[in-house]
Design a protein around this ligand. Structure first.
Ligand SMILES: Cc1cc2nc3c(=O)[nH]c(=O)nc-3n(C[C@H](O)[C@H](O)[C@H](O)COP(=O)(O)O)c2cc1C
Length: 206
């Protein structure tokens, strides 16, 4: 199959690309608006960016009806957000948090998550998530201007909270043990299990 993207309709392109660029980790992003009202939404267009300074990026697309999503509006208003990692146990509630609630509805309450004060930012973390990354906005890079246009939110990670029970003996996060989930295409999700993991040391010679 060959597909030149300019000749495909936008839904077809979107569905194909989300099934190809997968599995994608899910950032459950908490924010507050200028008046301090909370917001929570999942984003799988999400990546680690760098180590020094530590950074990540995710992309809330422009919405057909609303333009910028609440998450983007809030981050541009406050300069802060928290990325909470998503486990299998959280998946149904995370999905519920993706419902298109009006801005005055706090998805913490609507989806059934617990607010926990953050360490360095005013945005609350999700208590149920085994790891939370507190971020300050570096830059928003827009690509396109209509529905589905990308808004790359680049954040500097300034503080990390990990549940003690989610740490392995080496002090690192127990990624597979925590059953982190990812998004595929369609309505498919994937759960990371210990048996899916294999070790591959980086080559020491060419
Ligand atoms: C698992 C999952 C991943 C999602 N990833 C994205 C994404 O990367 N970008 C995006 O714009 N919307 C994504 N969505 C949809 C948003 O979560 C949804 O539009 C949400 O209502 C946005 O909330 P907000 O307006 O409060 O920011 C995703 C939904 C789910 C369930």
């Amino acid at each position: 199959m060959e597909l030149t993207l300019a000749s495909a309709d936008s839904l077809q392109r979107y569905r194909l690309l989300t099934s190809l660029i997968a599995p994608r980790p899910i950032a459950l992003v908490s924010t507050v608006d200028a008046d301090g009202r909370g917001n929570l939404a999942p984003f799988s267009f999400f990546m680690m960016g760098g180590g020094k300074p530590p950074s990540l990026a995710f992309s809330p697309l422009y919405d057909r009806q609303r333009g910028p999503k609440d998450t983007l509006r809030n981050i541009e208003a406050t300069g802060e957000f928290v990325v909470n990692v998503v486990t299998r146990r959280m998946a149904e509630r995370v999905n519920q948090a993706s419902f298109d609630y009006p801005p005055d509805v706090d998805e913490f309450d609507a989806a059934g998550f617990t607010r926990e004060p953050s360490h360095l930012v005013r945005v609350p973390r999700v208590a149920e998530s085994p790891a939370a990354l507190e971020c300050r906005l570096f830059q928003v890079v827009r690509h396109g201007d209509g529905p589905q246009a990308a808004n790359y939110v680049i954040g500097e990670i300034v503080h990390v909270r990990v549940h003690d029970a989610a740490l392995r003996d080496d002090g690192l996060f127990d990624t597979a043990g925590q059953a982190l989930v990812a998004r595929l295409g369609r309505d498919e999700w994937a759960e990371l299990r210990a048996q899916d993991v294999f070790d591959l040391p980086r080559p020491s010679t060419g």
